[in-house]
Design a protein around this ligand. Structure first.
Ligand SMILES: NC(=O)C1=CN([C@@H]2O[C@H](COP(=O)(O)OP(=O)(O)OC[C@H]3O[C@@H](n4cnc5c(N)ncnc54)[C@H](O)[C@@H]3O)[C@@H](O)[C@H]2O)C=CC1
Ligand SMILES: N/C(=C\C=C\C(=O)O)C(=O)O
Length: 690
């Protein structure tokens, strides 16, 4: 046998034989050489038999077949990537689509009888080594080489896809220590030596990877038996597996947080701030990678993730690290009683934090930062649809000096992981951002424990535009406030009321500007919007436009009117163009319910009184915008609008010191600077008689 053939034989045997062999006979000894157990499939090795067995059973759970190839989702060596190992030459392929290409190009495959991938995808996993070999060699059922394979039979006996000799293999320099290593070893090197980010995304779409996320509990990544598929909304393709955590995972995370609480809460605010600042620095140092990941995971444009989501996540940590240093307590004198009263504040304990999918890392860190700055430990559950950047952040925790158990992240669905967290007796407070319906469930679930709740919910935010407004500025900002982030921000404008005298003028300019608000590939710098979060959400948003139409509304632009021009790879994505409706009655569901998409209704009004009344005529009360140059009117109307935040002549200018939250069905409680501090601490009044 030639060396090449021997190598090939060895690879073939190990790859085909390994998982099934282990399953039938889980004896680790055949894999032990010189006291080291080595996985033949992915070269994981350990001196500990127990670790090795765990590794192998993970393989068994996760290795799946695909057209003659294994997808190795090994949790150790390939944590972030599902590799396709060619059964015949062992070559690693990163993308499923390249399998066929490789098959047709590599003459090792074509020079031997090859089973047709469609007719008989892979030799059976069970069975003896010899049997497996024989089936590959015999090509059972009878070989039917593809035309490409046949034409390649005459090629010289060299596999064009085989890895180049060691000396020619691509190398990279570690940016942390300067060490030159093979590119494929960089991931392992970073994890082992620098405990920092493992590259999750390549800038080139040619090198997409399948991510397998793990929970972060007690300072360690912990695999979860079950998983949920996560989609790239811009392609409609699954690209990530998110742990489907349940009671065991949540209990473990709460226990870890509880254990970490005494030490963390007794540290000084300065010590805690130092850790948060370091975490901010590390996220910032990896801003681009975070932005890429957020864009891919959520569907938003890369530009938005780069300029809003990730910088604001960094800012959350810096802001609360600083803000916690400046709080003061109250005191009162009662000299006539010989008493001095004062307040003290202490962290509450283990905080349960549940965040949504629209601004994933931003809204998660908006909760984590103030909670841990105040001395709590946390168990956070991001949305199952957008978990990647939270998981990436976990990779930075150790380097930032976050002690094990202080920040635990459990991934999974709302009804399973979220519900368990909310109902956990050792979690005395819950901060939630998301839908009003889920908030109602959370309120019921936590009622038996009288938990402290902060609920930031949906909106149906009005913009009231008076005739004396600066029209140009107003149009430009209202387009932004209506459609930014695909309209998936709880503060987005949903109803635009315009004083009748300027209504036609406003509508014309507004529709023209909405048409220019480009919906396209998230990575395209020219795109203003990317894709909506999910197929279901896209359908929901579309159904509101259809409802409006059926009720006699006019669709001026967007859904059903303008065609979207999308690159081919985004044909399966969840895109919907900026849509402007008129003629919708205030009583319509379209005017009453949160759509949470790039759809806005415009309607004329006659008096200030009417504008305020109609603005308030919904069950929500989160945000509002008032457009007028009349200072008196601005203050008057802002005072009368039922909303937690009112902007006048601007939108989304945020001072994190000030309270954020909604009235009515838009929530209970406020967060931001002092409000977050108050929420995440318990206050005690002490009376001293002297
Ligand atoms: N920021 C906001 O105001 C948001 C509003 N929404 C609105 O809600 C609608 C539905 O979106 P969803 O993704 O279903 O929002 P949701 O409110 O169900 O999801 C938000 C978070 O809550 C979790 N969750 C769900 N059920 C839970 C439960 N029983 N216990 C604990 N946690 C639970 C989810 O896993 C996610 O992490 C959207 O169309 C939009 O109108 C959604 C997300 C954010
Ligand atoms: N809470 C949300 C947005 C917050 C934005 C901000 O703080 O500026 C949301 O969309 O749920």
């Amino acid at each position: 046998m030639t060396t090449l053939a021997a190598e090939e034989d060895q690879r073939t045997r190990s790859i085909t034989q390994h998982p099934s062999h282990f399953k039938d006979n889980p004896d680790p000894e055949p894999f032990c050489v010189g006291g080291v157990y080595t996985c033949p499939c992915c070269s994981y090795s350990s001196k500990l038999q127990f670790n090795f067995k765990t590794h192998m059973s993970n393989h068994l759970k996760q290795a799946v077949r695909h057209e003659g190839y294994f997808i190795c989702k090994c949790n150790r060596q390939c944590r972030t990537a599902a590799h396709f190992h060619c059964l015949y030459c062992g070559h690693t392929i990163l993308r499923k689509e390249q399998c066929q290409l490789h098959l047709s190009q590599c003459n090792i495959h074509t020079s031997r009888a090859l089973p047709s991938p469609t007719a008989s995808p892979v030799p059976p996993l069970s069975g003896s080594n010899a049997g497996t070999q024989q089936q590959i060699k015999a090509g059972s059922p009878s070989p039917s080489p593809t035309p490409a394979a046949t034409s390649l039979l005459s090629l010289p006996p060299k596999c064009p896809e085989r890895p180049p000799p060691q000396s020619q293999r691509p190398t990279v320099k570690c940016r942390h220590c300067g060490l030159t290593l093979r590119r494929r070893n960089l991931r392992l090197h970073l994890r082992r030596k620098h405990k920092t980010l493992i590259t999750t995304m390549s800038t080139s779409s040619e090198h997409q990877t399948h991510l397998v996320l793990e929970n972060y509990i007690g300072g360690k990544f912990v695999a979860c038996g079950d998983s949920i598929d996560s989609y790239d909304p811009s392609t409609g393709q699954v690209y990530c597996s998110v742990p489907d955590s349940g009671q065991d995972e949540v209990n473990a995370a709460v226990a870890a947080a509880k254990e970490a609480f005494p030490d963390w809460s007794s540290r000084s605010p300065e010590q805690r701030a130092q850790v948060l600042n370091k975490l901010a620095d590390l996220i910032e140092a990896n801003l681009d990678e975070f932005a890429q990941a957020e864009s891919k995971d959520q569907g938003k444009t890369l530009a938005f993730a780069r300029t809003v989501d990730i910088p604001r996540s960094v800012h959350n940590f810096r802001f609360f690290a600083s803000s916690v240093l400046h709080h003061t307590n109250d005191s009162t004198q009662m000299d006539h009683m010989g008493c001095l009263n004062y307040t003290v504040r202490s962290p509450v304990g283990v905080a349960g934090l549940i965040s949504p999918w629209n601004l994933p890392l931003y809204l998660l860190t908006w909760k984590i930062a103030p909670a841990v700055a105040a001395g709590n430990t946390v168990v956070a559950k991001p949305s199952e649809m957008t978990s990647v950047t939270a998981w990436m952040m976990c990779k930075l925790m150790q380097e930032a000096g976050v002690p094990p158990g202080v920040i635990n992240i459990v991934f999974g669905s709302g009804p399973k992981a979220g519900d368990t967290l909310v109902g956990h007796p050792d979690v005395p407070l819950v901060s939630f951002t998301g839908s009003t319906a889920t908030a109602q469930r959370i309120t019921e679930r936590s009622a038996p424990y009288c938990k402290k709740l902060s609920l930031e919910l949906g909106g149906k935010n009005p913009a009231l535009i008076f005739a004396d407004a600066d029209l140009e500025q107003c149009v430009a900002t209202t387009v932004r406030s209506s459609f930014s982030n695909q309209g998936e921000i709880c503060l987005c404008t949903s109803r635009v009321y315009v004083e009748r005298s300027i209504y036609p003028q406003f509508l014309e300019k507004f529709v023209a500007a909405a048409r220019k608000w480009k919906t396209g590939a998230p990575s395209d710098p020219g795109s203003n919007n990317g894709a909506l979060i999910s197929k279901e959400h896209l359908e929901k948003v579309r159904s509101f436009v259809a409802l409006a139409r059926s009720e006699g509304a006019t669709v001026h632009c967007g859904e059903g009117v303008d065609r979207l021009e999308l690159p081919a790879q985004h044909a399966g994505g969840y895109f919907l163009p900026a849509t402007v409706l008129t003629g919708v009655a205030d009583s319509s569901r379209v005017m009453q319910e949160e759509i949470f998409g790039p759809v806005v209704c415009v309607s004329p009004f006659d008096t200030e009184e009417e504008a305020v009344a109609r603005g308030n005529n919904v069950r929500f009360g989160l945000g509002a915008v008032v457009w007028s140059r009349d200072v008196g009117r601005v203050h008057r109307v802002a005072g009368r609008i039922q909303a937690g935040l009112v902007w006048t002549n601007c939108w989304l200018i945020r001072d994190l010191n000030l309270p954020f939250g909604g009235m009515k069905s838009s929530g209970t409680g406020r967060e931001g600077g002092r409000d977050s501090y108050h929420f995440f601490t318990e206050v005690k009044t002490i009376c001293v008689k002297h």
